[in-house]
Design a binder for this molecule. Structure first.
Ligand code: FAD
Length: 520
């Protein structure tokens, strides 16, 4: 049963723009439009994870994503780099690692970012509700701190007026991000997700991570480097969304550093024995499928996928089935085509979009572009926004070693242009800063080019220290049409890692690849 108008509070607030979700995408719009003439409201609400983790304003990136991950990653690197000191003639010893203090300091830092976000909204005179929002109709949102209240309201049940808010909007943006998907297997209540890992008070002695993507590997690497015994399992292949050649090399490096892996492994059940956890799984091999068990773990962390919680938005009923929602809850099409919107006055940005890189800078840029369009629509102009180029974006995987890339992998380029049109070069190098230690010094460079005049570069890949810092500048050059010829005609900076991108001349398709005669 739908809630009747009479049941809604008589006093409603009216806004030009309503933003549902205060993460990277939503706050980017708020920031861009703050101080302008538009009346804006932001709703941001975090439903606790099944383990009870909750956090403040700023979304995934600030609270349970990029920021805490980068700090834990840095802590892992710092511990690992202790190995460099003796070669430099320094006698340095790590006396203790108080993991609880690391977590506490990270959480305090995040609280300061939450505060800055709230201050930004306040200064911009943007109304903020720390409440779950749902659409009542095409111009009304109802919100409450208690998700049950909204369910009662939508079912037409009586609810105390002070328990919810009603607002009218001219245009609305959905920026609800995503949450980790947990499989429905027996014992899953004992597992955690990336939403919980940054709240752990103790470093797990033994950690089992389920997932083949970057989040699983990043968590695995920093836990390993801080001192955990880490195993990562996945249903299929590891890191299959990355360049095959790079993924294979990285995996070799991870294994050398002591991480354990099991591919083609499907989780079946989690069993708790006292304070230890076991995972029963099925592993495919040439002989068929066998049942195996991963035993005595302190944590089992699932990082298999993320999905938006679109069902909370009541879109189907509020927009009369007009909004196209995919099976995984994502929205199709926005920013691929300059005219896209979800309904006449409804837009979406960020991780809740289909086929979009799920990255903070992508959500922020989409938010900025959309702000211009929203502003114009308020003035009666319906101008299209420029589509975003999702093929050419840079990103970094914060593992040890780090991996950063922009644009295409070799296999993506071949799929798009055909094998005959693509040529790839690569090389191994050495990080001079590690020259006096026994640690792994190798770096890796690969470029994916079109076999045309001057060889336009479609993709750049780098494995080595500060990979993201290196890639950011090369990415800018790629957006302005960088070619291999131009790269080869630049001066390197000596002695740094990135100079090895210049004059790459070993073909990645060399059948001798992997032997010392090829890329090393
Ligand atoms: P979010 O930031 O998720 O914000 C959505 C907000 O909306 C959330 O606060 C949510 O609780 C709220 N919300 C949802 N539904 C409602 C509702 N009905 N009412 C009110 N509020 C609601 N990206 C990078 O670029 N670099 C990285 O290094 C990186 N590392 C990551 C590491 C991890 C472990 C994870 C999980 C992600 C990482 N990301 C990284 C991805 C990045 O965090 C996301 O791409 C980005 O946060 C997406 O922004 P968004 O605005 O779409 O959604």
């Amino acid at each position: 049963m739908k809630v009747t108008k009479a049941m809604l509070k008589a006093e409603t607030l009216s806004f030009d723009i309503a933003i549902v979700g205060g993460g990277s995408g939503g706050l980017s719009i708020a920031k861009q439009m703050s101080g302008g003439s538009a009346k804006i409201v932001v709703f941001d609400f975090v439903k606790p994870s099944p383990k009870g983790s909750v956090w403040g304003l700023g979304g995934t990136c600030t609270n349970v994503g990029c920021i805490p991950k980068k700090i834990f990653h840095t802590a892992g690197i710092m511990k690992d780099q202790l190995q460099l000191y003796s070669g430099m003639g320094m006698d340095v010893e790590l006396k203790s690692l108080e993991f609880g203090n690391l977590t506490k300091n990270v959480q305090n830092y995040i609280k300061s970012l939450n505060f800055l976000n709230r201050t930004m909204l306040m200064k911009g005179e943007i109304k903020y509700f720390n409440e779950l929002a749902t659409f009542y109709d095409k111009e009304t949102i109802i919100s409450s701190k208690n998700p049950q209240t909204l369910i009662h309201l939508l079912q037409g049940e009586e609810v105390k007026p002070e328990d919810y808010n009603v607002i009218k909007f001219k245009q609305a943006v959905i920026a609800i991000g995503g949450r980790p998907v947990m499989p429905k297997i027996p014992g899953i209540e004992h597992a955690i997700s990336s939403d919980d890992v940054f709240f752990l008070k103790q470093l797990p002695k033994k950690a089992l991570i389920v997932g083949g993507g970057y989040i699983a590997h990043e968590c695995g690497c920093y836990l390993k480097h801080l001192g955990s015994d880490v195993t990562i399992i996945t249903r299929g292949r590891f890191m299959r969304q990355f360049d095959d050649q790079v993924a294979e090399r990285l995996h070799g490096k991870f294994q050398e550093s002591g991480l354990k892996f099991s591919g083609d492994t499907t989780p079946l059940e989690i069993v708790k024995n006292g304070d230890k956890l076991s995972l029963k799984a099925a592993k495919k091999s040439e002989k068929g499928e066998e049942n195996i068990s991963f035993d005595d773990f302190d944590i089992i962390l699932f990082a298999i996928a993320r999905e938006p919680v679109t069902k909370d938005l009541n879109l189907n009923s509020a927009f009369d089935g007009q909004v196209n929602v995919m099976k995984d809850g994502r929205f199709k099409g926005m920013f691929k085509n300059e005219k896209e919107r979800l309904a006449e006055n409804l837009y979406a940005v960020g991780d809740c979009l289909e086929d979009v890189p799920q990255l903070t800078p992508v959500a922020i840029r989409a938010g900025r572009i959309l702000s211009g369009r929203l502003e114009q629509r308020l003035n009666g102009i319906d101008k299209e926004h420029p589509p975003l180029n999702y093929e050419l974006f840079p990103t970094t995987v914060f593992t040890s070693p780090e991996y950063s890339y922009s644009g295409f992998s070799e296999q993506q380029a071949i799929e798009k242009y055909g094998k005959d049109k693509v040529i790839c070069y690569h090389r191994e190098g050495s990080a001079y800063e590690k020259a006096l230690s026994d640690t792994d010094k190798t770096t890796y460079f690969k470029i994916v080019c079109l076999k045309e005049k001057d060889e336009p570069i479609l993709g750049m890949h780098f494995v080595g220290p500060n990979a993201g810092e290196v890639m950011q500048g090369f990415y800018v050059a790629m957006t302005t049409g960088l070619t291999k010829k131009a790269l080869d005609e630049t001066y390197g900076i000596h002695p740094i890692c990135a100079e090895d991108f210049i004059d790459l001349n070993k073909l990645s398709t060399n059948p001798d690849c992997g032997k010392s005669t090829c890329c090393s």
